[in-house]
Design a protein around this ligand. Sequence first.
Ligand SMILES: *Cc1c(COP(=O)(O)O)cnc(C)c1O
Length: 460
Amino acid sequence: MSAEMNKIPYKIYLEENEMPKAYYNLRADMPIKPAPLLNPGTGKPLTFEEMQPIFCDELIKQELDNDTQYIPIPQEVADFYKMYRPSPLVRAYCLEKALDTPAHIYYKFEGNNTSGSHKLNSAIAQAYYAKQQGLKGVTTETGAGQWGTALSMACSYFGLDLKVFMVKVSYEQKPFRREVMRTYGASVTPSPSMETAVGRRINEEFPGTTGSLGCAISEAVEVATTTEGYRYELGSVLNQVLLHQSIIGLETKAALDKYGIKADIVIGCAGGGSNLGGLIAPFMGEKLRGEADYRIIAVEPASCPSFTRGIYAYDFCDTGKVSPLAKMYTLGSGFIPSANHAGGLRFHGMSPVLSELYDEGLMEAIAVEQTSVFEAAEKFARVEGILPAPESSHAIKVAIDEALKCKETGEAKNIVFGLTGTGYFDLVAYQKYNDGEMSDIIPTDEELQASFAKLPKVNA
Ligand SMILES: *Cc1c(COP(=O)(O)O)cnc(C)c1O
């Protein structure tokens, strides 16, 4: 091990001048483009004008742009990135040793910023474009709080107001996240609130409800569209978010190239698909252009298995059914993972870009049970030091499995995975695991069929 360690450092960093100067738009290299978002009222693709009351102009352009391969990173955004990027690509020497595997394991660590995850990469870009447009502020929703935290950091940097609707149960149970957001100047409202028409209606219909992400989205969109100088921003699923997250993959590829390392397997966890879409972008691009081949694996929870057990169809992005329709692998917008699922990645659908690539067989997906995810998290924390987010630990689990397969075959494969964040705000989940109270509840086929039966009928 030691001779080799002299060659490849524990942490591969890029120099400032080696940093990506443009986002990579994978859609430009896709022969079959992801399906467009539809207006649920008309069943027709959403136009720029229809999106204008909701999103910032520049972000709509990015959302609709399937052709421009590279989109420059604005200087102001690049300057902010310099404060916490490049993120390190770490050679997991200690994990390799613990597994006694000939595989070489690398992880791209996105938890080195206060928000604790990759979400800041898109938050700062989205806040910048809102500021550029002369807006006063933006609204968003947050469940566990990672996205709300990232956007509050980004908005305070650019001097924008931010109004976050936080799912009431999280607002009450995760006071620490809430205080981070407030420290960065965001106003945080438990959802459903009495401040919006939709919130009042839901409170009246379901007295004492603890809220849902779908409801919080509806409230955030209502405030954005009815308040002068405001727009709404979303932290995953959308094409624009994958575009911004390509910074992860571009840095990873540049760091590997710097040492002449060719990845064999690229692994990431998948909730709405933004970190995975960003990590794999340049690798998938080479694959699509026929320049190189990679095994690309999405890892999702067995209790919310959009890719592995969902169907590829148009569906709402939110439980409240107020969002546009997206063609994606979905479990149905009414699907809610079992309450005992503590491991994150709870979204019922998946990025349309990744859905199309998966449907064409260009990437694989694996569903894993949360107890095995926390076992992997514990193993990783004990040897590599970092306390991983439960979401990220899905990728750790499969990286370990692949490294153990290499042990059987004796192959020294290069395994690269995305370590999307830290787990400091997930200690209730770790507590359940440590107390032996974590179990796996997997939806039955009957439950999924009942959910599929409620999918919207679309003639597209
Ligand atoms: C939000 C989040 C995810 C999942 O979101 P994607 O859009 O699928 O990337 C994964 N890891 C962490 C740490 C997160 O905060």
